[in-house]
Structure formats: structure tokens, C-alpha cells
Design a binder for this molecule. Structure first.
Ligand SMILES: [Zn+2]
Length: 331
């Protein structure tokens, strides 16, 4: 079977209730022409709206929520490339959605559909429409025309004018702490279930936010390690203190991060890219060969530690750091 690029039927677990609502509307043939997708930031509301658009633009008779994956629309690399898909967001130089954008949209909607009839308009974030833009949209929301669906996305629906709100059916996406969502966070952030659950709690049930928190944490850990590794080459008297911190931070986890850093460092030397972590500059003067040898050594240490978790982590940390001084120093 052909696999299409935008036919992403991996619906996110915390969207389930909203999908049930959508599916009920469809079964009863009363899908509203104006819907307000609301919920706090970090709930992937835009993904939900794009998946709805994929379903509504699919050109085959489809059952409920599975786009066919075969038609013109489903085979597009992204649904945003569909000629009957419109996305209104604030222009780059301003934070507001302006009346000109809405007027232009209405103008385009007056033309007939390019494909089978449905046309999808996403307005995000909807609360960024200024007053005149909102007023211009109102009449079209009242009489949207056949096959035209407006999906307004907002994490602050209270900031939308009451008249706009009253024209829309709300599809609310709620924070979620279910096992399925914790599993998703764990997979995305490459953390254990316990850590993922903790991150999700910190993010108040917003899974995307939880993944961002994990990334920020990891970034901070890596920056500190780069500081320690480069600092040690300047001042070896810090060796014992660093080994102690590594032991307290969980040596195995630290070793994983060190391996990641060294691999990045070597890649950056062999094939430099502009998006590399600027902190790596601090290790840029080290020779690639030395770094590669050291990486092989530390991977061996990791293996030993996995096999024998009772090894003295403080001592092992000191050994690793001594070897770092010895092996990567420019000779
Ligand atoms: Zn299709």
C-alpha cells in the first residue's frame, strides 16, 4: 500500500476526546462550519486542526477518521500545499492578524474550489485577529458557503470577541496525564516512564511542553559537561570535585551525555554545520583522532559499568577524567 506523507493517522492520545466529538458530528452529518479548537499551549492544537483538514479534504469516501492515503489530497507532502487549504497567521512583521488578510481570504473563498469542494481555513492564533479583522470575518462565519470549514485555534478564547465565539462550536483539547500520554512523552523525549510522568506533571499536562522541558534539561546538563571537560584541561585540580559531581548526578547517565558530546564534537570537525551547539567551540581545539580514541575508551567503561553497576562510581569518574587529561591533551 502506498504511504502518503500527510496522511498521519497516528492521532495523539490526548486528542482522543476531541476526535470523538468530531466523529460524532460527522456521523450525524452536522459537522459545524466554524469550530474553535481551544486548549492551553503545548497540546498540539495545530496538529489536530491539520489532521482534521486532511480528513475533510480527502477525496475518497472515507470511514470516520482515516484518510484514504491514496487520493491527490492525501498524497501531498503536507496538507498546507493543498489549493483549497488556507492558513491565516500573523504576518511576520506584526503580531496581529489584519483585516487585509481576512479580505484577501474572503476574496479567494469566492472562487470555486480547486478540487472536490471542501475548503479549509485555519486561523491561528485566532485571538490575534484585531477588531476590524474579526468584524470582517463575522459575516463569512455566518454564511460560510457549502463545503467551507473554519478552524479557529486559540489558547486564549476569552480574548476572542463574543460574537466570533458564539458562531463557533468549541472543540476543547484538555491537559492529560494518562498512561498513553506519558508513554508518548517518554518516547519523544527518550526518557523513562517515571521521568516522563514527572515532566508531564511539571508541564501541567501539556505533552509538547513536557518534551520541551526535557530538552532544556538535557541542554543544560550538556553545557555543564562541556564546561567541566574544557575547564579540566585548564585546571586539573578540579578533577576530584568533578568526579564527585558526576557520581552524584548518576555516572551512567553522565557517560551517555559525554559520548553524545564527543560524537558531536568529532562530527563538527569532520563535517561542520552551522546549527551545531556553540558551546562545542570550547572543545574545538582538540584533535579528532584523540577524541575518537577517547570515545572508544569511554564506551568500553560504559559497558563495564552496565555489567557491574556496583563499581565505585567516584573512583571510576576520577579514572575517566585522568584519562581525559592524558589522552585528549594536544601533544
Ligand atoms: Zn484521500
Amino acid at each position: 500500500m502506498m504511504h502518503s506523507a500527510n496522511n498521519d493517522t497516528n492521532y495523539l492520545p490526548w486528542h482522543q476526546a476531541a476526535w470523538q466529538q468530531f466523529s460524532a458530528y460527522q456521523k450525524q452529518h452536522r459537522l459545524p462550519h466554524a469550530m474553535l479548537v481551544s486548549g492551553m499551549p503545548g497540546l498540539a492544537k495545530k496538529t489536530f486542526a491539520a489532521q482534521m483538514a486532511t480528513i475533510l479534504l480527502c477525496e475518497n469516501d472515507i470511514e470516520q477518521q482515516q484518510p484514504c492515503g491514496q487520493c491527490f489530497s492525501c498524497k501531498l507532502p503536507a496538507i498546507s500545499e493543498h489549493p483549497d487549504y488556507f492558513e491565516i497567521t500573523p504576518l511576520e512583521d506584526s503580531k496581529a492578524i489584519k483585516i487585509e488578510q481576512i479580505r484577501e481570504l474572503i476574496e479567494s473563498l469566492h472562487q470555486t474550489s480547486h478540487r472536490i469542494g471542501n475548503r479549509i481555513v485555519i486561523i491561528s492564533p485566532a485571538e490575534m485577529m484585531n477588531n476590524s479583522a474579526a468584524n470582517a470575518l463575522l459575516k463569512t462565519l455566518e454564511e460560510p458557503g457549502a463545503g467551507c470549514y473554519f478552524l479557529l485555534i486559540s489558547h486564549a478564547p476569552a480574548q476572542l470577541s463574543a460574537t466570533i465565539r458564539s458562531r463557533c462550536q468549541t472543540l476543547r483539547i484538555s491537559p492529560d496525564f494518562s498512561d498513553e500520554t506519558v508513554t508518548w512523552v517518554a518516547q519523544q523525549s527518550k526518557q523513562t516512564m517515571a521521568i516522563a510522568a514527572e515532566l508531564l506533571k511539571q508541564a501541567e499536562g501539556a505533552p509538547q511542553r513536557a518534551v520541551e522541558l526535557a530538552e532544556a534539561d538535557t541542554q543544560q546538563i550538556r553545557m555543564q559537561l562541556i564546561d567541566e571537560l574544557s575547564g579540566l584541561l585548564q585546571n586539573s585540580s578540579r578533577l576530584i570535585a568533578i568526579a564527585q559531581r558526576w557520581q552524584q548526578g548518576g555516572l551512567l547517565k553522565i557517560i551517555d551525555e559525554v559520548i553524545f558530546i564527543l560524537n558531536q564534537c568529532v562530527t563538527q570537525k569532520v563535517r561542520p554545520t552551522s546549527h551545531a551547539d556553540p558551546a562545542l567551540e570550547k572543545l574545538a581545539h582538540l584533535r579528532a583522532n584523540n577524541l575518537i580514541n577517547y570515545t572508544q575508551y569511554i564506551m568500553q567503561v560504559k559497558k563495564e559499568l552496565v555489567i557491574n553497576p556496583n563499581l565505585n562510581a567516584q573512583l571510576l569518574g576520577e579514572t575517566i577524567l585522568l584519562r581525559w587529561l592524558d589522552q585528549v591533551e594536544v601533544h
